[in-house]
Design a protein around this ligand. Structure first.
Ligand code: NZQ
Ligand code: ZN
Length: 388
């Protein structure tokens, strides 16, 4: 494995009753002027908004609000949040929602302390040197944003969706109560599963020598996602399934299973280009792209795909070549997506071939992408074309 430094300071509160017992104490550690950031209203419909308001009012907290954070959060919304932080002298940002709300809050936290436009940081033209403290209450198991420092913001004017972060944007604390995901609709539950699975794949397919523990940890998370998604879809109030998926989402992207690995991340870069233009759900785009990426790269290291078939999907490898097992692994991945009802083609989102060239160029704007296999513009174009 590679040499590495691991750092993750987020305090995690997992399970039922943690918000009631510990939210006030965590929030007031940072002050009493709090910017509550949330999305399009799901937290109002399921009662979480009222709960948070009551707890914080009792603790003497003054709440300011930024609502309406979009899925694929927009830079314009981030700017609004930064303005509130400045005008209201905010002490802490509290993000209540899915990955989009958390990512928007991270951008606001960095932007409030950045001398210039926070978009510089996402364009790799600037670096954060500080951020306002941020806490989160997660309502959707998917991104892992609750325990990492990254976030993804869309500049809708320029049709760019870029990731960014800093050591200052780890949430100070995150509350993950699986009951808050009971109301996540079927499609978003599917997208969430596809996203966390994709994070595992991004780690699993890498060029780093000798990483047996990482391999088995990642396999365990993939297996657990595959085993529990259907149960959450069949019964959205299945606590055990929701809890397990939530824990998988956190583990898939908090750095714990991927230390010392050069993960691939090409599929994420490609998906972000699709979302940037067509505003599709991130997990849906990944479900479409990943099998095509696997077809495109399987010959780089068929053994890696073979272990996915045998160790995760329980395929009997006896008498089969790695190349045969690689094809079986890809078929198993496709079958899982099909079973849970994930999209399989760009056409499922009415996306045709007219912007493939633009998406391929933009995906490699900072250079070739991917580590398992380096992809140039032609590779990306081929993957997108195969995804139609
Ligand atoms: O806006 P509201 O009304 O809250 O509704 C949301 C939204 O419409 C709804 N939802 C969330 N929790 C709910 C709920 N509806 C009912 N009950 C609940 N408990 O779900 C919809 C989608 O929410 P969103 O936050 O967009 O989903 P997700 O968590 O999948 O986040 C996607 C965003 O995260 C980025 C993606 O690119 C995308 O922009 N990512 C962030 C990462 C990170 N920070 O580490 C890594 C990922 O790879 C990803 O790129
Ligand atoms: Zn993702």
């Amino acid at each position: 494995m590679n040499s590495f430094r691991f750092y993750n300071p987020t305090a995690l509160y997992y399970g039922k009753g943690q918000i009631e017992s510990h939210l006030a104490e965590e929030v007031t550690r940072y002050g009493k002027r709090v910017l509550l950031v949330y999305g399009g209203g799901s937290i109002k419909r399921n009662g979480l908004y009222d709960k948070v308001q009551h707890i914080l009012a009792d603790a003497g907290v003054t709440l300011f609000e930024l609502s309406g954070v979009e899925p694929n959060p927009r830079l314009t919304t981030v700017h609004k949040g930064i303005d509130i932080c400045h005008s209201e002298n905010i002490d802490l940002i509290l993000a209540v929602g899915g990955g989009s709300v958390l990512d928007c809050a991270k951008a606001i936290a960095m932007g409030a302390k950045y001398d210039g436009d926070v978009w510089d940081i996402y364009q790799r033209r600037g670096q954060a040197t500080d951020a306002l403290p941020l806490g989160t209450i997660l309502t959707l198991a998917a991104t892992g944003s609750e325990m990492n420092a990254g976030g993804v913001i869309t500049n809708w004017e320029t049709k760019e969706k870029l990731g960014g972060g800093s050591p200052y944007t780890f949430p100070k604390f995150s509350f993950c109560d699986p009951e808050n995901t009971y109301t996540v609709p079927q499609d978003q539950t599917v997208y969430g599963a596809c996203d966390m699975l994709a994070h595992c794949f991004e780690h699993y397919f890498h060029p780093t020598h000798h990483t047996p523990l990482q391999q088995h940890l990642i396999e365990a998370v993939i297996k657990t996602i595959v085993e529990h998604t259907k149960a959450a879809l069949d019964n959205p109030h299945d606590y055990d399934a929701r809890e397990t998926l939530m824990y998988c989402s956190t583990m898939a992207l908090n750095g714990m299973i991927s230390m010392g690995i050069n993960g691939d991340w090409a599929c994420h870069a490609i998906e972000h280009e699709i979302s940037a233009i067509y505003d599709i759900p991130h997990g849906g785009g990944l479900a479409i792209i990943f099998p095509q990426w696997m077809e495109h790269t399987k010959n780089v290291n068929p053994t890696r795909f073979a272990t996915l078939a045998t160790n995760v999907f329980g395929v009997d490898g006896a008498g089969k070549t790695d190349a045969e097992l690689a094809d079986i692994a890809i078929a198993k991945v496709r079958a899982f997506y099909q079973e849970i009802g994930a999209p399989q083609h760009l056409a499922d989102y009415q996306i045709g071939d007219d912007q493939l060239e633009r998406m391929a160029s933009q995906a490699v704007r900072f250079g070739e992408i991917g580590n398992f296999k380096k992809l140039n513009k032609d590779d990306v174009f081929a993957i997108l074309q195969a995804s139609l």
